[in-house]
Design a protein around this ligand. Sequence first.
Ligand SMILES: Nc1ncnc2c1ncn2[C@@H]1O[C@H](COP(=O)(O)OP(=O)(O)O)[C@@H](O)[C@H]1O
Ligand SMILES: Nc1ccn([C@@H]2O[C@H](COP(=O)(O)O)[C@@H](O)[C@H]2O)c(=O)n1
Length: 204
Amino acid sequence: MLVIGIAGGTGSGKTTVVEKIVQQLDLKGLNIISQDNYYHDNSQLTLIEREALNYDHPKSIDFELLIEHVRDLKAKKAVSQPIYSFVTHSRTGDYNHIEPKDVLIVEGILVLTHKELLKEFNLKVFVHADSDERLIRRIRRDTQERGRDLNEVLHRYQTTLKPMHQEFIEPSKNEADLIVPNMKQNNVAIDFLTTVINNSLKSH
Ligand SMILES: Nc1ncnc2c1ncn2[C@@H]1O[C@H](COP(=O)(O)OP(=O)(O)O)[C@@H](O)[C@H]1O
Ligand SMILES: Nc1ccn([C@@H]2O[C@H](COP(=O)(O)O)[C@@H](O)[C@H]2O)c(=O)n1
């Protein structure tokens, strides 16, 4: 199985880049795992306590479970992935059933920060967009899709998101084999990445 890690700051366009690659790949069997499903549950806390948590620090992710699922899929075992709600900041109690396929893409802001997870990747990609562009995209997305208001997004940006990005996410760019500039539509980078994946598939 070919395992690809795709990181980048919030709003850099990881999900969009993955969608475009998937459209272009000539493949039947591919799984996409988002790090977002592996946030710790925290349902033992009140909603107010959960709202105050730092969701951009590596400790906010259940990497143990994420790595277990990557290894299980590589060993051709199906996994039950928890479903996460950005509205309640906790797991919903429901699960996605994932059967192993030929290619696995693992995407998320912190997937290139964890030493053990890095060992599982055959190809490591970092999607880049400048911080002002990412903040604009984040405001739009979180107010339209994640039930947040402007004050919440800006407060989170200043208190946790920006410092964590500088401390953990930006340095993880050094782990990448490929950096995809995604300030504007970048079909050349998407074509290039698709070619690299197709070539890697031939040698697997
Ligand atoms: N190259 C781009 N140009 C303009 N908008 C983009 C581009 N890539 C992504 N977006 C938009 O930015 C927002 C965040 O993108 P998304 O792929 O969800 O980022 P991420 O998964 O890294 O948080 C989405 O609304 C998406 O449509
Ligand atoms: N309960 C939560 C959990 C995470 N976040 C934010 O999500 C961002 C990561 O997701 P992307 O799709 O943008 O990569 C991260 O920056 C967290 O701040 C949240 O707001 N609430």
